[in-house]
Design a protein around this ligand. Structure first.
Ligand code: TRP
Length: 364
């Protein structure tokens, strides 16, 4: 069986370092690994509209931002098919049919939907499109017969629900020869990457809280955000023992620091464990740890920033990449939709046997 990647993001803003460690970095590695037959990366504008129906301009404006962020991180249109969700109308058709396979109570139990409803204060008036977006996400994944979906931890319930839909579809409509493929989630390497907190230590990174470091932030901005980062409120003097847990600077180090960084920037320590041990013991100041983190972050972000500057010089070329990518994606989705419709017995005009049989019934 071929190995196929599909994943994507909602275009509601520029991408930040949470996206990077949660999934982007991994996508680029997978793309370059040569192990996958096909990689699809989708800008999920239709999904973004499910909770931004009153702000289509925001979604429209951010498509190019996400595309630029993708490519500056190293997603290469020669190797990965970049496309825009709304341009693939087959996804809507698939969603409509999958809706028959899912109950309202199952959607209500989806933990991601549940917490998002709370976050958006939707309780009293949930848009139906938003409520059912796990079904549309299953369409996104299955349309490309994706085997592998690299995502952050918050998306696990989506993949689980998708697998259930696939299972139900295949056993209901295609028991002998499965049409749809059950995908696997590919989660980030560690807990820190799974849920990178904001620079203020809050669990959720959000534009309105001003606690995110964006991939496109200028170097000075990155520096400022790191120097004002939340650490251990009980670590008042350098000599005091410090806490690692819930200390954002160390969480970021868990996500970004590699062994070679000590060699390059902090030779007094052999590895992160040693640095943590010293902090716990006392005698290690926050500023020193922050400076180290800053070097690592700048080293990571600088090439991304530079590539973005180059890409920004030819915006029409980026749209053209998305247009071509959407065409390719559409062909793949159309193929799956046709198999789905056959399995569901709604392919009347391709079924000469049906027409002959019905005709005989009346000619007899
Ligand atoms: N729900 C994802 C997010 O909010 C975006 C998304 C839409 C997606 N369709 C997808 C991710 C399919 C993986 C696979 O980030």
């Amino acid at each position: 069986m071929s190995k196929i990647i599909l994943t994507g993001d909602r275009p509601t803003g520029r991408l930040h370092i949470g996206h990077y460690v949660g999934s982007l970095r991994r996508r680029v590695e997978l793309q370059n690994s040569g192990e996958y037959d096909k990689t699809y990366i989708m800008i999920a504008d239709a999904q973004a509209l499910t909770d931004n129906m009153d702000n289509p301009e925001k979604v429209r404006e951010n498509i190019i931002e996400v595309a630029l962020d993708y490519m500056s991180c190293g997603l290469d249109p020669e190797k990965s098919n970049l496309f825009i969700q709304s341009q693939i109308s087959e996804l809507c058709e698939l969603t409509f049919y999958y809706m028959d396979l899912v109950t309202v109570s199952r959607l209500q139990r989806n933990p991601t939907v549940k917490s998002e409803i709370q976050m958006r204060n939707f309780e009293a008036s949930i848009p139906v499109g938003f409520f059912t977006y796990p079904i549309s996400q299953a369409a996104d994944i299955t349309a490309f017969k994706a085997t592998t979906v690299p995502v952050g931890g918050d998306q696990l319930p989506m993949i689980e629900q998708c697998r259930e839909i696939v299972h139900k579809f295949n056993s209901e409509y295609a028991p002998d020869k499965p049409v749809l493929v059950e995908p696997e989630a590919l989660l980030p390497q560690n807990e820190a990457c799974m849920r990178l907190p904001g620079t203020d230590g809050k669990a959720k990174m959000s534009k309105s809280l001003g606690n995110c470091i964006y991939l496109s932030d200028p170097a000075e901005e990155v520096s400022k955000k790191i120097m004002s980062m939340y650490t251990d409120p009980l670590h008042l003097q350098v000599s005091d023992p410090g806490h690692i847990e819930g200390n954002t600077v160390f969480t970021y180090l868990d996500a970004f620091c590699k062994p070679e960084h000590f060699d390059r920037y902090l030779k007094d320590y052999a590895n992160l464990d040693e640095l943590k041990a010293h902090y716990r013991r006392g005698g290690l100041g926050d500023v020193k740890v922050k400076r180290f983190l800053e070097k690592i972050m700048q080293e990571t972000l600088e090439p991304i920033r530079n590539r973005r500057k180059e890409l920004e010089k030819d915006i029409p070329a980026i749209y053209e990449i998305l247009r071509k990518g959407s065409e390719v994606a559409r062909e793949a989705a159309a193929q799956t939709l046709s198999e789905v419709k056959s399995a569901m017995r709604i392919n009347y005009f391709e079924d000469a046997e049906l027409i002959r049989r019905q005709s005989e019934k009346y000619q007899a």
